[in-house]
Design a protein around this ligand. Structure first.
Ligand code: GLN
Length: 194
C-alpha cells in the first residue's frame, strides 16, 4: 500500500521507519503531485503552526481536501492531530491557523506543558487488547469530542487516541517510541474500507 508522509517539517523519518516496518511503501509529500494514488497520508509531529503556514505557501490545502474527499485516510500524531482537528481553542496570536477539519474535536495546543515536561506513557487501547507506548512532547489536549468521533485511548481520563472513519490521530508520538501497532491498525482500516 502506498502511503505518503507530509514532509514539510517534523518527525518524517520516524514515521517512515514505522510504516516500512508495517510493510507500506512510503513517499514523502512536499507538493500536490506527490498526493497521487496514495491510500493514506501521515501528518507527522512537529510544529503545527509551521506546517500550517507551509501548506499555505505550497498551496496544499485544496489538493489535500480533494484527496481526502476522494477517500484518502489520514493518520496524525501530536502536531498532526492539531492539523486534523475541526477547532483549536485559544487560537494563535496574530495568526489564524488553518486545519483540515476532518476530526470533530476541539484541541488546546501545548496543554501538557513545555518541552522539558515531555514524558513517556503506556496507553491502554481496549480495541487492541494491549497497551501502546507513546511520547508526549508539548502535546495537545483533546477538549471536546463530537458524536462521530470514537475515542480509542485515554491518559489520565483525557482522550489521547481518536478515530473518525479512515482517520486516526494521537495526541502523543507512538513513532518515537518505536511503537508500530497504531500505524498497523490504521493500515488495516485503510485496507478494509477501500
Ligand atoms: N505543540 C506543537 C504544535 O502546536 C506540537 C508538538 C509536537 O508535535 N510534538 O504544533
Amino acid at each position: 500500500m502506498k502511503i505518503g508522509v507530509l514532509a514539510l517539517q517534523g518527525d518524517v523519518e520516524a514515521h517512515r521507519s514505522v510504516l516500512e516496518a508495517c510493510g507500506a511503501s512510503v513517499v514523502p509529500v512536499r507538493e500536490a503531485a506527490d498526493l497521487e494514488n496514495l491510500a493514506g497520508l501521515v501528518v507527522p509531529g512537529g510544529e503545527s503552526t509551521v506546517m500550517s503556514r507551509l501548506c499555505d505557501r505550497y498551496e496544499l490545502w485544496e489538493p489535500l481536501h480533494e484527496k481526502i474527499a476522494g477517500g484518502m485516510g489520514v493518520l496524525g500524531t501530536c502536531a498532526g492531530l492539531i492539523l486534523m482537528a475541526s477547532q483549536i481553542s485559544g487560537g494563535t496570536k496574530n495568526f489564524t491557523q488553518k486545519t483540515l477539519g476532518i476530526l470533530d474535536i476541539e484541541v488546546a495546543r501545548n496543554a501538557y506543558g513545555a518541552q522539558r515536561d515531555s514524558f513517556e506513557a503506556d496507553i491502554d487501547v481496549p480495541l487492541l487488547q494491549t497497551n501502546v507506548r507513546g511520547v508526549f512532547i508539548r502535546a495537545p489536549r483533546i477538549e471536546t469530542v463530537g458524536e462521530d468521533t470514537e475515542i480509542l485511548g485515554h491518559h489520565n481520563d483525557a482522550p489521547v487516541i481518536v478515530r473518525q472513519g479512515k482517520h486516526l490521530a494521537m495526541a502523543f508520538h507512538p513513532e518515537l517510541a518505536g511503537e508500530t501497532r497504531l500505524h498497523q491498525l490504521w493500515l488495516e482500516v485503510l485496507q478494509t474500507e477501500n
